[in-house]
Ligand binder design. Structure first.
Ligand code: ZN
Length: 330
């Protein structure tokens, strides 16, 4: 039985079921609301601001912060609620966050239940200001089904840099509605951001394909890397499921350790937004089996690095991820 299968069994525990029902209900509300003010209706799309007035945009993760900053340039002031190292699955909005969401001209979020604890507040804010799901344009057939939650999709779309290009249009469109005078600039910067993604995409592809095929296995703290695996051709095993809200069981650790020792995999990885103890136990359990697996480093999973550094952008973080994965598995 693989770690995946364990994840699925865990998904039907009473706790998760309750959580699932809760988020499903929020999802239904969100969907009803989206239908209510979507389409051609102007409601909820926000009124145009004065020329030269910077748009106040509040976003959930710093991955979306990077996207909106790059598209928005000087015409947008971005507040990202979740900084480096923050886990979006468990994140609860503080009172200050609620104000930042309510005071914004526009809110951008990932959706697909990445921000699992913020569904209610996003629905609420959406009644007053434009609230845009940046994964809204991903074709449904490209979305991976969640392995933990029935009828849900895996939210970690940004790990496929090609697919993440679809996140640009919803941002360009919404910003252009708020500031029609800057529409051309948004369009232009959107294309530049896409170009940056394309270059990083090629870089990652080349790095991963240079790893020997039998070593092309990525073991990480949680199941964030499935889109990465699909796009760049590497088998992916997460110690925790798609969300991080369940405890890692010792059975999971033992199974992953068996797998690593049997396949003689060189390295496993922690993630900046997940505590390292799970991955450390895997390393110890693998060593008990006589195979010395190293912790190859910390990957940027659900959060980017510090703003202003190379890994503060998605393209930069993904390049660094690819480099340390290549290094550890070669
Ligand atoms: Zn995640």
């Amino acid at each position: 039985m693989s770690a995946r299968t364990v994840g699925r069994v865990r998904a039907i525990s009473a706790m998760d079921l309750r959580r699932f029902l809760k988020v499903s209900l929020a999802g239904v509300l969100a969907a009803a609301l989206a239908v209510g003010c979507g389409g051609d209706s102007e409601e909820g799309s926000g009124e145009a601001l004065a020329e030269d007035q910077p748009i106040q945009a509040t976003v959930t993760t710093n991955i979306i912060g990077d996207l909106v900053e790059q598209v928005g340039g000087d015409d947008v002031e971005v507040t990202a609620l979740m900084g480096p190292g923050v886990d979006p699955h468990l994140y609860n909005a503080s009172q200050g966050d609620v104000s930042a969401l309510q005071d914004a001209d526009v809110v951008f979020y990932n959706g697909l239940f990445l921000e699992g604890q913020m569904q209610d507040i996003l629905v609420q804010v959406g009644q007053d200001s434009p609230t845009v799901q940046v994964t809204g344009n991903v074709p449904e057939e490209e979305l991976l089904e969640s392995e933990d939650y029935e009828d849900q999709f895996d939210p970690h779309v940004w790990f496929d840099l090609d697919l993440w290009q679809t996140a640009v249009d919803p941002v360009v469109e919404q910003l252009s509605e708020l500031r029609p005078d800057a529409a051309e600039d948004f369009e232009q910067r959107g294309e530049e951001y896409q170009q940056e993604l394309e270059e990083a995409d090629t870089f990652v592809e080349e790095s991963i394909s240079s790893i020997l095929e039998e070593q092309r296995v990525l073991v990480t703290a949680h199941d964030a890397f499935r889109y990465f695996g699909e796009r760049y051709g590497i088998e992916v095993q997460g110690l925790q499921g798609i969300s991080t809200d369940a405890e890692v069981g010792s059975g999971d650790v033992q199974e992953v350790a068996d797998f690593l020792a049997e396949r003689e995999i060189g390295a496993i990885y922690s993630e900046t937004s997940v505590p390292p103890r799970g991955i450390e136990s895997v390393q110890a359990a693998t060593q008990d089996r006589g195979w010395d697996v190293e912790i190859g480093g910390e990957l940027y999973g659900d959060a980017l690095g510090e703003p202003g550094t190379a890994t503060g952008t998605l393209a930069g973080a993904m390049r660094q991820n690819a480099e340390i994965i290549e290094e550890g598995l070669t």
